[in-house]
Design a binder for this molecule. Structure first.
Ligand SMILES: *Cc1c(COP(=O)(O)O)cnc(C)c1O
Ligand SMILES: [Zn+2]
Length: 430
């Protein structure tokens, strides 16, 4: 994967971002559409003026952030985006609700619980955050087509963002996805291509396409724009901390597909500490997977440092990545912070979706069933401290995965419109 900065004609404007830096060996590269270190193949991350070796005093303040827009652009000083990003055509995602979940807390025996409900984003999943940052990178590099390999939510977020920004879109999904995700990935225009195979097959295909003239001038948000894409997940960490009154929670439960979101939430917390925006308090990060695609939790429990790929088979399709790129980092973060990675069965996922819905009025997609199910399991097996302040993520809307609950979520009764009929039906059901 070559660095392509030489091809771009306009001056790049990535705001406070100054370089790409290898997570493994620290080698620095010019900002460009690259994702792997040429020296060691480690993943590249965005480096900023304020975390470069010769950085002076921190310049980002709470007041500056609080006076910004109520979307992710309030954190633009911590993101690789130009200063005028809020006035450019994009979906302005973020600033979703942090719901104080007292009913669910009581049910699970927790003292303090919040649900960060990211179903409130423009295309109803957390993916709008990562796409918004990748879109700015695509513009900077002069790409005319926005693309991705997707487990479903990303495809819809990419086609919607491209529509609004006036770019072409061509997105790739496994052909057996949920109906709602196919419709959402198609309705915004652009090209939607179903690929016969798993997500991992789709992803491998996209890597080939990047090297081919067919994919020239294409920005694959989660492949050649991955360092920028990843930065979008930090905004979850920023929002949670700010919404808690500029504090990092003691414990947080995060879903794991490729592991990017979990890794970057940790990066976000660390940056807040480094910039003095929050106190340096300890926090534990817990990863959540579905049993039918649990390569990271399996490795965690076995004490392995590497993740052995699996072939996914679960209703939590948005998390069905059998060969997670950031798996080793998830293991490292869970162990270093004193957290864990745990998994739940599909039946437990469905139960947890219903539990969250009936206690808090939040209808989660299967990924939210995974995190709430894992939360419950971690309380039961004693890995999570019930006295500590806990946050659990819901990353997508239940309307996207209706099939998961549609067999059980039916009308209490179907009646003729008469009092007699209702009386009889109520009597039958009581
Ligand atoms: C993509 C996605 C995630 C997280 O994916 P990572 O690849 O681990 O960053 C979580 N929840 C939903 C609903 C998603 O679509
Ligand atoms: Zn390296």
């Amino acid at each position: 994967m070559a660095l392509a900065t030489a091809e771009t004609t306009t001056t790049l404007d990535f705001g406070p971002a100054v370089a790409l830096s290898c997570r493994e060996c620290g080698t620095r590269y010019d900002l460009g559409p690259a994702f792997a270190c040429i020296e060691c193949f480690g993943p590249l991350e965005v480096a900023y003026t304020w975390n470069s070796p010769d950085a002076g005093a921190a310049t980002v303040t709470r007041r500056q952030i609080e006076s910004g827009p109520t979307n992710i652009w309030r954190y633009r000083a911590l993101l690789p985006v130009p200063a005028d990003v809020a006035s450019r055509p994009n979906l302005a995602p973020g600033w979703t609700k942090l719901v104080k979940a007292d009913n669910l807390a009581r049910e699970l025996g927790l003292r303090s619980l919040h649900v960060k409900d990211d179903s409130g984003n423009p295309t109803h999943s957390f993916k709008d955050r990562v796409v918004a940052i990748a879109l700015e990178a695509a513009r900077n590099f002069g790409f005319h087509t926005l693309s991705c390999s997707s487990t479903g939510n990303l495809a819809g977020a990419v086609t919607a963002a491209a529509a609004r920004a006036g770019l072409d879109a061509c997105v790739f999904i496994p052909s057996d996805l949920e109906e709602a995700k196919i419709v959402m990935a198609s309705v915004y225009g652009g090209r939607l291509v179903g690929v016969e195979g798993t997500y991992d097959d789709v992803n491998r295909f996209c890597s080939e396409l990047i090297g081919d003239p067919l994919g020239d001038k294409w920005g694959f948000v989660n492949v050649n724009l991955r360092p920028f894409y990843g930065e979008g997940s930090k905004t979850l960490a920023f929002e949670i901390a700010e919404q808690l009154g500029w504090r990092i929670p003691d414990q947080i439960v995060i879903p794991v597909a490729s592991g990017s979101q979990l890794t970057k939430i940790d990066k976000g917390f660390k940056e807040l500490i480094k910039l003095g925006l929050v106190e340096d308090t300890p926090y534990k990060i817990f990863g959540a997977q579905a049993e039918g695609c649990s390569p990271v939790s399996t490795a965690f429990k076995a004490g392995h440092e590497n993740v052995r790929p699996v072939k996914p088979n679960t209703i939590a399709k948005s998390l069905a990545i059998g060969n997670p790129a950031d798996g080793p980092y998830v293991l490292d973060i869970a162990r270093r912070t004193g957290g864990a990675v745990e998994d739940v069965t599909d039946a437990e996922v469905v139960d947890a979706i219903r539990l969250l819905a009936r206690t808090e009025g939040i209808f989660a997609e299967t990924a939210g069933g995974v995190t709430v199910g894992v939360l419950r399991k971690l309380v039961t097996n004693g890995l999570l401290d019930p006295e500590a302040e806990t946050v659990v993520l819901n990353t997508g809307d239940g309307l996207k995965t209706l099939d998961a609950v549609s067999a059980e979520a039916r009308p209490t009764a179907v009646i003729r419109p008469s009092l007699d009929a209702f009386r009889t039906a109520v009597a039958d059901n009581s």
